[in-house]
Each structure stands twice: as structure tokens, then as C-alpha cells.
Design a protein around this ligand. Sequence first.
Ligand code: ATP
Ligand code: MG
Length: 446
Amino acid sequence: MIKKFLQQVFKGKKKPAPHTPHEAERFPRRAHGIDRKLISNAAMKTIQELHKAGFSAFIVGGAVRDLILHRTPKDFDIATNATPEQVHRLFRRSRIIGRRFRIVHVMFGAETIEVTTFRGSHLSEEGDAQIADSGRILRDNVFGNQEEDAARRDFTANALYYDPQTEEVWDFHHGLQDIKAGILRMIGDPETRYREDPVRMLRAVRLSAKLGLKLHSATEAPIPRMADLLEDVPPARLFDEMLKLFLSGHAIESAHALRNHGLHHGLLPMLDVVLEQPMGERFVTLALQNTDERVLADKPVSPAFLFATLLWHEVLATWQKYQAKGEKPLPALIQAMHDVSDVQAEKLAITKRFSLVMKEIWTLQPRFEQRAGQRPFRLLENPRFRAAYDFLLLRCQSGELPMELAEWWDRFAVADTATREAMLLPNTEPAKKRRRRKRKPAASPA
Ligand code: ATP
Ligand code: MG
């Protein structure tokens, strides 16, 4: 006790409650059940080369966890005691990347294997670690041994190391036992670990939804209370994490879990607004369902489309507000889009590449309501027609617009020219324009 107290007095803030490195338990194949044939060739070769050169090397993190859970890993990461330079020298097709913590990408055909040198604990006195007053780790580029590397990982299930040559799993924090019990548990003291890196709260929610693991009570308990810490996380990092969350194939569970843990307030204004109004919730649920189905069927999904849906009801409300002030529909929409995406840019740093497409999808929306003259033909030729139509379909399915509108476009898109001509509505342009000005931009649910 006294020793601990003195240590804290003398070492000051640099010493948050330590989670000491543990020694590994080693489990043979029959205990973990990983089938070596499921390891990618590229990962196998990388490990063999590192072993041949006298280094230790393991498959680590998500891949080991996923294999134990009988899931297909997204990618294979390797951890080793070789330095980045030593790894780079062993593989002709490799490059060192990253400035903060350098890792090596080893390329085999289309596959890239990420090789990371064991990281040390930021608690050690040497090295280059730095901790802010809040307890947040600012830099932790320190090499260490395997035990330390395990201790600085987030969840026990993520701190498992698989050696495909001996087929052993090295387990430093009872991760195997937790996985088998269906539990996701933070290594060390959860509060300290969330303070070090608030993104771990989002990871907890995302991984438990994706893997069907239950958050351990002590891991779960501090989250609502600590949710505000996410405000200090750099927007670009938040954006990456949100993408992972929504493109995991379990977006719906994740969105609901975020809300249940109080993580959507402030942090994600879009979820704030959307999940708290029935129409918006319906729309977003449909959009996320759609995304989940595509991800699980291995079809491509567009992040721009997804964010366009998540923000739509905010755009819609702002659009209506500007129109109520007497603004014409299109300029009102454009103003609304800019307002909404400016706010999001501050929080989430939606990259320009995505936000441009997002705005294109939105700006095309009013054009679906023009079904006379040449306009529908021009809309069909727009390169974003498909995405904008899918978006319209969600609006109709959620009850924001009559279903008849989406059905009309569905038929129009595949019809021959004569049928299309016959489908056009009478050209009542001037009269219609007058009517539209009085109407709200989007009809209320049918
Ligand atoms: P996914 O299947 O989504 O890739 P993952 O657990 O593999 O999940 P990655 O972001 O690929 O997630 O991270 C790889 C490993 O790095 C994790 O398994 C974990 O051990 C460690 N890690 C990642 N992010 C953190 C973090 N914020 N704090 C501590 N350890 C982390
Ligand atoms: Mg991973």
C-alpha cells in the first residue's frame, strides 16, 4: 500500500493504475480448435520467414479471436519481436509505414500482411510515451516484449497469440476462457483504459454486437458515465471507427447498442436526431438493414450512401425550415445540406470524397418528383441515378413519400422509349410550380 502510494506521489500523473503484464498460458490445438488450414498462405509464409531468421512471430488480435469463434477473419495481423527494420530486410516486397508507430506491410500478391513489433507498456519510464492530464495516451511508440504487448491490447479476447507452427495459442489474460463463456472483457481497469483511449468504448459496443459477445459488467458499467470523453477524440479517428461500426454487417445492433449505452448523444448528432423521431428511426433502420444485408452477402456498400441516409432527416428538417421562411425548394435544400454537413464535418470529419457524393445524392431527390417533359430522361442519364434512386426507395419505404413514386421510376428506368413517353405526366409546369411553393417539400406519410 505504502509503496504504491509513494510511487504515485513521486511519479505523478504518468502513473495511472497499472494493469500488470501477465505470463502466458499456452493452449494446444484441442483446447482452442483453430484449424491451421484456415490461415492465409501469406501469413504462414511471413511467420515461417521470421522464425527462420530467429525471431518469434504470432498471428494476433482479431484473427485469432475470429478463428476461435469459427468466423472468417478479415485479415491476418502478425506480432513479432523483430524491429520494423529487421522485418523489412527479410521481405523484398515490404514497406515500413506509419510515423507514430511504425509497422511493416508485407505484400504477397493481392494480400498485405501487417507486421507489428511488440509494443511496450506506456507505463515504463523509458521510451516515448506521453499521457495527457485526462489520462489519454497521446503517443505510445515504445517497443516492448510480448507480455507488455498483450497488456496494452484492449480486450482479453484480442490478446491471444497463435503460433501456426506449434499450433499453440498463448493467452495472457484468460481470453480463451472469456471467448468460450461469450464475454468481452477489458484488460485491466476499464475506467483507466477508457480514459487512455475513449474509442475503446465504441470498440466495446461494436465488437460485442459483431461477435455476439456480452460485455462484462465492469467493462460495460462506466461507459454511459464516460461517454463525453469521446468529444476529445480527433474527428478523423471517430470517422474511421464509425465506418467500421456501420459497415460491420451488424449496423442495426450497433446503433441500438450505442443508444443503450448513451454513446449517441452529442457524439453523433445524426443518431441523436434520427433515433429519437419515429420517421427518422424507420428510415435509418431500413437503411442499416439494407447495408447489413449487402455486407453479409459480400456486396459492395458505399459509405457516402450510408452517411447520406444517416443525415437525411436532419437535412429534411432544415430544408423544411428554410422553405417555411419562403426560400424556393432547391436553394433551400442546398442551404440545408451545407448546414448539416458543416456541423458533421466538425464532429466526424466525413472526408470530401464521401461528402461530395452524399450531396449529389441529396440534390437529385427533388428531381424525382418531376415526371413531365424531358426532365425524367435527363435524370436517368445522371451517373448518380442508381444511388439516388435507391435513396428515393428508402424514402418511400419509410413512408416519407408515396410508394407509387418509387414504383413509377422503377418501371420508367427499364421501359422502352414509347412506354416511357406514355408514362410521362402532363406538363403542367407553371401551375405545378405554384402549387409546390405552397406545399411542404415532402408529403407526410401516406
Ligand atoms: P476487426 O475484426 O474489426 O478488425 P480487431 O480487434 O481486429 O477487430 P483492429 O482495429 O484490426 O480490430 O485491431 C487489431 C488489434 O489491435 C485488436 O485485436 C487489439 O488487440 C488491438 N487494438 C486495436 N485498437 C485498440 C485500442 N484502441 N486499444 C488497445 N488495443 C487495440
Ligand atoms: Mg483486425
